[in-house]
Design a protein around this ligand. Structure first.
Ligand code: PMP
Length: 317
């Protein structure tokens, strides 16, 4: 599915100030454009019509992860996670968004010159755009194991959300779509299941919820953390982080992806085989509803995960 291009008049936060998207541009020689030396994040905000409120989901944690990941390739971010959360709320208010929103922080090596060796000329931006579903997952999706392997941590760290590393995801997701799948599943070099091209993966097997460990070259997803918490606290499920064999994908009871953009996407077919009964399973169905309720401000226990943009947000810095 290809998202349409956002309105060029949308305001973005670009190198410390607000300007229209159409005017937030970079030099063609920018280091990050040639060598992939950028780090990004993805954050959702959900509009709740009943409460007339836009809720940012775990925004401060996303910004904290972004700052830490920028540190992997030594991109400096001047603002702290709290300040960035305020800027994000301010950006949504300035745009007057009353719809679901996706926010994209981006930090990059900005020097306009030839040469791989990076310097300290760093830049940062935050884009916020109206955004709907990322995968057509309402009735379940069809996933396929990619012929491309997941990049190793000691090549380019997958946990870092480093721009250049997403060539790996782009190759796998292009292959998956051309082969008739909705999303790709990466294996590690050792042949274990890592994650989707843009999301983490969970399996239900023998009554337990199983997901690859953080050391299996995954991005340690914030949605993954939400879902593990909801499974334990709300469903009383045992959650296990361990390596998963490829063939376990074919014999398990349920499979689903999680991610900020993907949300919770049940997988009903994998590599042309039905997963379980070939319909959305009870665990995926219940967790999807719980995740939606928690992130839309309908569950008091999880109010600390969300932050309202319009009512209580502090003034912009
Ligand atoms: N894995 C990859 C490769 C991703 O790009 C994403 C999206 N950020 C995820 C997992 C899910 O992470 P999160 O739940 O924090 O969005």
């Amino acid at each position: 599915m290809r998202a349409s291009e956002p309105d060029p008049n949308i305001l973005v936060w670009f190198r410390g100030g607000y300007r229209p998207l159409a005017e937030a541009n970079v030099n063609i020689l920018t280091h990050a454009l040639h060598y992939g030396t950028g780090v990004f994040e993805g954050i959702r905000a959900y509009w709740d019509e009943r409460q007339g409120e836009l809720y940012m989901v775990r925004a401060e944690e996303h910004f904290a992860r972004w700052i830490r990941n920028c540190g992997i390739i030594r991109i400096g971010v001047a603002e702290n996670a709290r300040e960035l959360t305020r800027i994000a709320a301010d950006l949504c208010r300035r745009n007057g968004f009353r719809t679901d929103v996706y926010m994209r922080p981006l930090g990059w090596k900005a020097s306009p010159r030839i040469g791989v060796q990076p310097d300290d000329n760093d830049a940062a931006a935050l884009i916020a755009i109206p955004f709907g579903a990322y995968l057509p997952s309402e009735n379940g999706i069809h996933a396929g194991v990619a012929s491309w392997r997941r990049i190793e941590d000691n090549a380019i760290p997958g946990r870092g959300k480093i721009c250049g590393a997403y060539v790996n995801s782009a190759l796998a997701s292009d292959e998956a779509r051309r082969n008739g799948f909705d999303e790709a599943i990466f294996l590690t070099e050792s042949g274990h299941v890592a994650e989707g091209a843009t999301c983490n993966i969970f399996m239900v097997r023998s009554g337990k919820l199983v997901t690859p460990a953080a050391t299996d070259n995954i991005l340690e997803g914030i949605t993954r953390d939400c879902v593990m918490t909801l499974a334990r606290r709300e469903l009383g499920l045992e959650v296990v982080e361990r390596s998963i064999d490829r063939s376990e994908l074919y014999v398990c009871d349920e499979l689903f992806f999680t991610g900020t953009a993907v949300e919770l996407a049940p997988i009903t077919r994998v590599d042309h085989r039905p997963v379980g009964a070939g319909v959305i399973g009870p665990v995926a169905g219940r967790l999807r509803q719980l995740y939606e309720d928690a992130t839309h401000g309908r569950m008091d226990t999880y109010h600390h995960w969300i932050e309202p943009v319009y009512q209580k947000a502090p003034a912009a810095v």
